[in-house]
Design a protein around this ligand. Structure first.
Ligand code: HEC
Length: 188
């Protein structure tokens, strides 16, 4: 908690002490990062929807396995930010919470449904986090109750591709994870 309070304070101080231009830049940066998260969400959703249409959810799991990280990587290049998804109960081992600070930030989102997004300074970098909820019925077909929501063939495919999967058991609109957008220092 103390660490998070410190991080929050750092953001507040930066805003308070900054020149007017800096303040505007911070607001602008946040809205640009928000935009990148929204576009990334749209891109993934578009791809997964067309994969489901093409070959059903089982095929779409395979598609996500092959392409999800490639899609976020190419968006990272396009936007000049590092763009990824993180969560406490991850499917892809790459998408876990990495540091104690990140765990604290994640807890804040978990405890407060109203918290949509937030900008932090972590290790001198701007980190923007934005809530991802399992807001559509489609999410539940791959992240819901394994007995009632996920088709057996889809579940089998998930277990084959992700033997350590922890991303099941979510209900509609549950908090599922965060977009994590980082502005590298040298990318002005
Ligand atoms: C067709 C099955 C499928 C559907 C539908 C689906 N997901 Fe996923 N989801 C996956 C797979 C597979 C992964 C792992 C992707 C990878 O390997 O990078 C994943 C990963 C994620 C992650 C990254 C964290 C992690 O656990 O690795 C989040 C967040 C996520 N999904 C949220 C959602 C949301 C929200 C929806 C609904 C809008 C949704 N998913 C719909 C299959 C699906």
């Amino acid at each position: 908690m103390r660490k998070l309070a410190f991080v929050l304070l750092a953001v507040v101080l930066l805003t308070a002490c900054g020149t007017p231009e800096n303040q505007v830049n911070l607001t602008e940066l946040k809205s640009q990062m928000d935009n990148a998260a929204t576009e990334a969400q749209k891109a993934l959703l578009g791809h997964v929807s067309s994969a489901i249409e093409k070959g059903g959810t089982e095929y779409a799991v395979e598609f996500c396995n092959l392409k999800a990280l490639a899609i976020t990587d190419s968006l990272s290049e396009q936007y000049g930010y590092s763009i990824s998804r993180i969560t406490d109960r991850n499917r892809n081992p790459e998408n876990g919470l990495e540091t104690e600070t990140e765990k604290l930030i994640f807890e804040q989102f978990k405890e407060n449904n109203e918290l949509t997004d937030s900008l932090f300074i972590v290790n001198n970098q701007m980190h923007y986090y934005k809530r991802i909820n399992a807001g559509m019925q489609a999410c539940i077909k791959c992240h819901g109750n394994p007995e009632t929501d996920i088709e057996p063939a889809t579940l089998a495919k998930i277990k084959t591709l992700y033997p350590d999967d922890r991303a099941i058991g979510y209900a509609l609109n549950d908090f599922r994870g965060l977009w994590k957008i980082i502005k590298e220092q040298n990318n002005d």
